[in-house]
Design a protein around this ligand. Structure first.
Ligand code: ATP
Length: 227
C-alpha cells in the first residue's frame, strides 16, 4: 500500500496482514506512519496505490462504516466516546451481532471484563477519567462483536495502573480469539500480548517477527523504538 497526504509520500509499499485470531503489535517512533496505515485500512484515507482486502474482498476506498460492517472495529487515537451519553447508553447503542451472527460480547460480559465501568454506569462519558474513557471505547468496540479489533495508542497518556488494566484486557480479548492490532509505544507490554510485531520506519516495514525474535534483537529496539 502507498498512501500520500498531498505530495507527501507517507506509506511506501507497506505489506500488512492480520490472520484470524492473531494479535499484532504495530510499533515505531512518532510520525512513522502507524496511524496512517490504520486509517488506510479503515477507509479514512485512500491509498493511492495498492489496496485493502477484508476477508478476501477488495475494499480499497470504501467507507469506514462498510469496513466496520465486515467485522473490523477501530478505536482511534484520542478515543471518541459520546460525552453527553452515559456509560450504559454508550455501550448499548453499539450492540450488534458479528459477521457470523455471533453475540459473544453482551452488555453483561463487557461489564464483567471492565469492573470499573460497571461502577460508573450512569456517569456521562465526559465525567470519566482518560483511562475509563479508553475502557469505554474498547467496551463499545467489543459490543459490535468484531472479528478484528484495532487499537491506536492503546495506553497513551494513561496512569501506569490503568495502563496495566488495559493490557490485562488486551490479553482477555486475545484469549477469546478476536484478532487485534495494537499500536503502543511500550514495546515491553506490547510484546507480552502479541503473536507478531511490525516496526514501521518512515512508511516502510523494517522488522516483522515474533515477540521472542524482537527481544533477541536489542539493537532494533534502540534504533527504532528509542529504548
Ligand atoms: N492529515 C495529514 N496531512 C498531512 N500530513 C499528515 C497528516 N496526518 C499525518 N501526517 C504526516 O504523516 C506522517 C505519518 O503520520 P502518522 O500519524 O501516520 O504517524 P504515527 O506513526 O502514527 O505517529 P504518531 O504516533 O505521532 O501518531 C507524519 O509525518 C505526519 O506529520
Amino acid at each position: 500500500m502507498h498512501t500520500y497526504y498531498g505530495a507527501s509520500h507517507i506509506l511506501k509499499g507497506v505489506n500488512f496482514s492480520v490472520r484470524r485470531g492473531e494479535t499484532i503489535g504495530l510499533m515505531g517512533r512518532n510520525g512513522m506512519g502507524k496511524s496512517t496505515l490504520l486509517k488506510s485500512i479503515m477507509g479514512l484515507v485512500k491509498p493511492r496505490r495498492g489496496g485493502v482486502l477484508v476477508m478476501g474482498k477488495p475494499m480499497t476506498g470504501r467507507a469506514p462504516y462498510e469496513i466496520a460492517q465486515l467485522g473490523v472495529a477501530y478505536v482511534p487515537e484520542g478515543r471518541g466516546i459520546f460525552g453527553n451519553l452515559s456509560v450504559v447508553e454508550n455501550l448499548k447503542m453499539a450492540a450488534r451481532a458479528g459477521t457470523r451472527g455471533q453475540r459473544d460480547w453482551t452488555y453483561e460480559r463487557v461489564l464483567d471484563t471492565f469492573p470499573r465501568l460497571a461502577e460508573r454506569l450512569n456517569h456521562g462519558g465526559q465525567q470519566l477519567s482518560g483511562g475509563e474513557q479508553q475502557m469505554l471505547t474498547i467496551g463499545r468496540a467489543l459490543m459490535t462483536n468484531p472479528d478484528v479489533l484495532i487499537l491506536d495508542e492503546a495506553t497513551e497518556g494513561l496512569a501506569p495502573l490503568i495502563a496495566r488494566e488495559i493490557w490485562r484486557i488486551c490479553d482477555v480479548i486475545r484469549q477469546t480469539g478476536i484478532s487485534s492490532v495494537i499500536v503502543d509505544k511500550n514495546w515491553r507490554h506490547v510484546t507480552q500480548v502479541t503473536d507478531r510485531n511490525v516496526i514501521l520506519v518512515k512508511g516502510e516495514v523494517v522488522f516483522e517477527g515474533t515477540s521472542e525474535a524482537l527481544r533477541a534483537q536489542p539493537e532494533l529496539l534502540t534504533q527504532h523504538l528509542g529504548v
